[in-house]
Design a protein around this ligand. Structure first.
Ligand code: B12
Ligand code: SF4
Length: 397
């Protein structure tokens, strides 16, 4: 989800073998172990917080993926079904692939007070992964650098050409299962990958490699126990069962991936969440241990962590284009953004500013218009007790 679907590729480049290598030979277990050891240091230098290696056996997860698809829980994300085979067979996605290296990069910006903003109905809540620079732009080049270092190392130490391909989010990759296998954490009841020391505020990225690196000794075990906090807090009841998410009800899906009208019965439950949703992470006890990210690129831009709904709704198409340059928010488009903000305003307080913003909106889109009318209906109903706000400008001296 979350952005354009395309791949990165660290181009295999044969490098001349050095004197200590056996040209084009298979690497010895010692050589592989030495490279594995080296990877942790390189990953840390490139800003990743964890790295693990998995083999390609994902059958158990694929059974669950198939069940999920059979229930239609992918909603309008047809690409989840159409690219199922590549997801289920990593070696089909990258021929010659022997291992997947899974990496974690923490993203939560410091001091953005998510709970306060969520409780302030006149504010717009933007998921904390999306208030700064688009993570695809940050993570992918770092993965490519790591892949290039591996390539160079293999060429120098055993002289064989190898193949590396780097992915983040948008390729048909079972990211959470592979990360779980690689020892980076467990898939929790909220369906996110969790880590005891780091919670879940992180992105995952992968390098598919032809180098048969040693794999993680064991997957992490499940530490959700009897907790059900995420299942209970979900505003739209998007979890039909623990570990299973129905995207059609998930606010993240509705505000980012869904095109068209937001189903009316869900609008009132969305509150002020205008791009993504973090509730099932905010409530998770393991996120007490999450550390904020030091990446400058993940710092909020244009005050998006603390903006007023009215102010964002007032952006023109040109302002939207400028202020979301390099941001994941671009994915939803100007009309989708206005649609979401109209729902947020409809769920907020019936202030004169909110009603005025909605009434004077001239966006040329039937979709936006319909959501604006829905919001105005709600606000004018709730403002009946305040006649200054309702109706077509009564003289209220
Ligand atoms: C499609 C998608 C979405 C969809 C569907 C989410 C989903 N849970 O599938 C929507 C749009 C709703 C979404 C929302 C979000 N997403 Co998203 N999304 C993806 C994507 C592209 C694919 C996920 C996938 O494979 N889904 C298929 C289903 C079947 O997988 P699943 O629900 O995890 O089910 C597995 C397990 O739960 C388990 N399982 C299933 N049933 C059962 C039953 C039992 C008993 C057990 C034990 C296990 C089990 O097996 C299943 C198969 O692996 C990945 C990137 C990628 N390429 O992997 C990002 C990704 C999962 N998303 C991510 C993020 C950050 C989010 C949001 C937090 C963004 C936001 N703030 O709004 C929300 C979180 C919502 C949530 N609780 O999941 C990150 C998660 C990082 C992490 N820590 O886990 C990823 C990995 C992107 C990335 N590269 O960082 N996302
Ligand atoms: S809130 Fe509780 S049940 Fe949900 S993912 Fe976190 S620990 Fe697991």
């Amino acid at each position: 989800m979350l952005a354009i679907r395309h791949y990165t590729h660290a181009h295999p480049r044969a490098m001349p073998p050095t004197a200590d290598s056996a040209p084009d030979s298979a690497p010895s277990p010692q050589q592989l172990a030495a490279l594995r050891e080296r990877l942790d240091g390189w990953a840390a230098e490139l800003g990743f917080q964890a790295l693990g290696v998995a083999d390609l056996a994902v059958d158990a997860y694929v059974k669950r993926l198939d069940r999920w698809l059979a229930q239609g829980y992918q909603a309008g994300m047809d690409w989840m079904a159409s690219r199922r085979d590549l997801r289920a067979n990593p070696e089909r996605l990258v021929g010659g692939c022997a291992r997947v290296i899974s990496l974690r990069m923490d993203y939560r910006p410091p001091d953005t007070e998510p709970l306060r903003i969520l409780k302030s109905a006149d504010k717009a809540y933007v998921s904390r992964y999306a208030t700064g620079r688009d993570y695809h732009r940050l993570v992918r080049p770092r993965l490519a650098k790591l892949a290039a270092r591996m390539q160079g190392w293999a060429a120098r130490h055993w002289g064989a050409d190898s193949c590396q391909r780097a992915f983040v989010d948008s390729a048909p990759v079972l990211e959470k299962p592979l990360a779980e296998k690689a020892g980076l954490g467990w898939i929790g009841k909220n369906t996110l990958l969790l880590n005891r020391a780091a919670g879940s505020w992180f992105f995952l990225g992968e390098i598919y490699t032809s180098i048969p690196l040693p794999v993680a000794a064991a997957s992490a075990t499940d530490h959700c126990g009897s907790c059900r906090a995420c299942l209970n807090v979900c505003p739209t009841d998007a979890f039909p069962a623990p570990y299973v998410l129905d995207s059609a009800r998930c606010i993240s899906y509705l505000t980012i991936e869904h095109r068209g009208a937001i189903p009316e019965p869900l609008r009132g439950k969305m509150g002020n969440r205008v791009f993504g949703c973090d509730d099932c992470q905010l409530v998770c006890p393991w996120n007490r241990y999450a550390r904020p990210s030091a990446e400058a690129d993940f710092r909020p831009r244009h005050g998006l962590h603390n903006a007023d709904l009215v102010a964002l709704f007032g952006w023109s198409a040109e302002q939207f284009r400028q202020r979301t340059a390099g941001s994941a928010i671009r994915r939803v488009g100007f009309y989708g953004w206005k649609r979401n903000l109209a729902v947020g305003l409809g769920n907020g307080p019936a202030t004169a500013a909110a009603i005025h913003a909605l009434r004077s909106d001239a966006t040329d889109s039937a979709l936006v218009r319909e959501h604006v009318e829905w919001a105005l209906d709600r606000l004018t109903q709730t403002s009946l007790a305040q006649p200054c706000l309702a109706g077509p400008r009564p003289p209220c001296a």
